[in-house]
Design a protein around this ligand. Sequence first.
Ligand code: NAP
Length: 276
Amino acid sequence: MSNVPVAVVTGSNKGIGFAIVRALCKQFPGDVYLTARDPGRGQEAVAKLQEEGLHALFHQLDIDDLQSIRALRDFLKEKYGGLNVLVNNAGIAFKVHDTTPFAVQAEVTLKTNFFGTRNVCTELLPLVKPHGRVVNVSSMVSSSALAGCSQELQKKFRSDTITEDELVELMTKFVEDTKKSVHEKEGWPNTAYGVSKIGVTVLSRIQARMLNEKRKGDHILLNACCPGWVRTDMAGPKATKSPDEGAETPVYLALLPSDADGPHGQFLSNKTVQTW
Ligand code: NAP
């Protein structure tokens, strides 16, 4: 088993994830895994970094596929005895003008952004080694979507005692409510992406609390963040930040020094803790 530190970035064959891997290749003292659901696209991305003189390793990972997540888990356990840095970056968004019915958009978006990210965490968080760092890439849209929720929902999402089961129940209810076309009446905002990212931010707050309760002595720091508005296939060419600039906050959180005691359980933008 290797003692080399290891970092894993989900959805990193392009966009912000690719830029995070590029930065980690330069700054992280260990093995960096670029992961992708499609091995061809993943290997191509690794080769692109190679041309820049950077050495990333590849492992397949589709966060929608539990088998794929577990295969990565078993690989990390066997080869490294765990992992040191996990960046949950993979995500999807329907384009604004997409005509796919809203209920379908809700189901598909929540499946990857919330349930997929949660499944990765369920399988990989127990493997994170002492002084490990976990970064969940959310979005400022989670804050604006929160503001668009009913007072009752806002209270639940800001609660310091909400459990992961309760959060899963709420995210499932959103999808069900869209199918019955009652989501607005039930206090939800009209954004599937926004609700999925509320899920990611609240999940991060819950996971940090669980780490405090169960693994306090391990000094693991876990946070959610927004990369900013970044020029990628998701956000388009008019966005203000380059992918490398978008990677800055996630990379800052992934590389928090081993003696740091925070931030932890926070939502950050531009390396700054935001009020939730
Ligand atoms: P992007 O260019 O569309 O890249 C998304 C990445 O996620 C791709 O590598 C994609 O792989 C991967 N992915 C999607 N579904 C996956 C799955 N089921 N399993 C594994 N990988 C999957 O988007 P981006 O702008 O870089 O976004 C990265 C993250 O930042 C997302 O979580 C996004 O919500 C968040 N974010 C972006 C912005 C922005 O302005 N761009 C702002 C706020 C937050 P494929 O190539 O196979 O599709």
